[in-house]
Design a protein around this ligand. Structure first.
Ligand SMILES: Cc1cc2nc3c(=O)[nH]c(=O)nc-3n(C[C@H](O)[C@H](O)[C@H](O)COP(=O)(O)OP(=O)(O)OC[C@H]3O[C@@H](n4cnc5c(N)ncnc54)[C@H](O)[C@@H]3O)c2cc1C
Length: 422
């Protein structure tokens, strides 16, 4: 049987050769969707698929997480967060001068009208996340690595619960399913938690990846098996761009293609600077500790709201993720703070042992408005970007990939892309 050619409506797709820089979830999804549309794809990536930010995250396909980082509450809480040794925010003070432009924009984005606008822009993309994940997993046959238990957000105090009411209102406002649970109901839906939580809400349409590292390895293998070419070289810059082609250079030479997609996560800023494009992108670094599987175990990923801590049950154990550290991407990790969270996890989870099996740091690529950037760049029509997923970058990777691939294939996009473009 001859397979049908991919099309855009009635017309066949014009086949392009495309360079994708960066093989995290945004880049590898783009690369696979492009191959599926019949394009030739060369992926530049120096790291191992199961070591980067897209492998060490909490694995929540967090389709309801539209609340941006910058809100009046976050900004008001910054001093107390910085003073608290268990707090969720750290800043490497030496990096502060470089961080100032991003921080200034972050504060401006905390104005209530901007919070609403940014939440809606994020929510519009998140609304497509499950469909695009399903498509990526069905193309690659990796569906067994995900399931849909929902995300359970739990509150120990009445104060924390009251403070989160505006988030619930926002979620309802944008039409997300939310189930409210009291302390008895929490015990019924999640047997693995200790009975210390008074309130919770469940977003049942959130999914979960049981082993993000294995998923990333599987996606890279699927890319190669489908004829994709991977070059393990670091791209140093974009050297030429004209309406017909674009050239990048690496330590090994120059490479030219008809289209370029920059999906280099937190490092995208450096690449775009080589063509004079300034992007207010920073790394919100984050940490995880892997602990052994508890008994009886958790059946949902848990957001422990007041601790800013996620507890994510994975195939290989319980992953505790915590914290935002504002620092340069290449500053050495400091695991002190995430280790301090282990006793907090022991308080919350039944049958958990504190043996540290693995410890890790990664870089969330974050824009000050928490809204990803995608599509082609005005003035550089053949250069596409896909970064800025921030706290929901794992959720949005396949959506970033689907949209960029559709644009390169000439399909119509059912979204106002202007708000996401550079
Ligand atoms: C602790 C923690 C928990 C998280 N939990 C969740 C979660 O539960 N749900 C969720 O949705 N998101 C979560 N995230 C966020 C999510 O992991 C990231 O937003 C997402 O992985 C970013 O994907 P990316 O493809 O944009 O970037 P990356 O995964 O960082 O990929 C970029 C790639 O580009 C490569 N690269 C960079 N520069 C170059 C170059 N010059 N040449 C060649 N290659 C280059 C890098 O090696 C890297 O592999 C979490 C993040 C952290 C840190």
């Amino acid at each position: 049987m001859v397979e049908a050619e991919p099309t855009r409506g009635e017309e066949p797709i014009k086949k392009r050769n495309v360079i994708v820089v960066g093989g995290g979830i945004a880049g590898i999804s783009t690369a696979i969707f492009l191959l599926d549309d019949g394009h030739s794809v060369t992926l530049f990536e120096t790291g191992q698929p199961d070591k980067g930010t897209s492998s060490g995250n909490a694995g929540v396909i967090s389709v309801a997480s539209c609340v941006p980082t910058a809100t009046p509450r976050t900004i008001a809480n910054v001093p107390s967060m910085l003073l608290n040794p268990h707090g969720p925010l750290m800043i490497r003070w030496r990096y502060l001068p470089k961080l100032m432009p991003w921080l200034t924009r972050l504060v401006l984005n905390a104005a209530p009208s901007r919070v609403q606008r940014n939440a809606r822009r994020k929510a519009e993309l998140l609304a497509h996340a499950s469909k695009n994940y399903d498509q990526l997993l069905s193309i690659t046959g990796l569906g067994g690595l995900t399931h849909q238990p929902g995300l359970l957000t739990v509150f120990e105090t009445e104060r924390g619960w009251q403070q989160s009411q505006w988030i619930l209102n926002l979620l309802k406002d944008i039409g997300r399913d939310v189930e409210i649970l009291n302390s008895n109901e929490i015990g019924q839906v999640e047997h693995g938690l200790k009975p210390i939580f008074q309130h919770a809400f469940l977003t049942p349409d959130s999914g979960h990846i049981l082993d993000p590292g294995k998923l990333m390895i599987g996606l890279h293998e699927a890319f190669l098996a489908r004829g994709g070419v991977r070059i393990s070289e670091r791209v140093l810059g974009i050297t030429r761009s004209n309406p017909k082609s674009v050239t990048v250079n690496s330590s090994n030479g120059e490479y030219t293609a008809e289209r370029l997609v920059v999906t280099a996560g937190a490092w995208s800023k450096k690449l775009l600077a080589t063509i004079g494009i300034k992007v207010p992108l920073e790394a919100e670094r984050g940490y995880h500790v892997m602990l052994p599987k508890p008994e009886p175990g958790l059946s949902h990923p848990i957001n422990v709201f007041e601790e800013s801590m996620f507890l994510s049950p994975m195939n290989s154990g319980l992953r505790l993720t915590s914290g935002v550290e504002l620092a340069s991407t290449d500053a050495p990790p400091d695991f002190t703070r995430v280790r301090r969270m282990i006793p907090r996890a022991l308080r919350a989870v039944k049958g958990l042992h504190p043996d540290e099996r693995q410890i890790w740091m990664g870089c969330r690529p974050s824009m000050p408005d928490s809204v990803p950037r995608l599509g082609n760049i005005s003035g550089h029509e053949n250069i596409f970007v896909g970064f800025g997923g921030g706290h929901v970058g794992m959720t949005l990777g396949p959506t970033i990939g689907r949209i960029n691939s559709d644009l390169i294939s000439g399909r119509k996009i059912d979204l106002n892309l202007d708000t996401y473009k550079l």
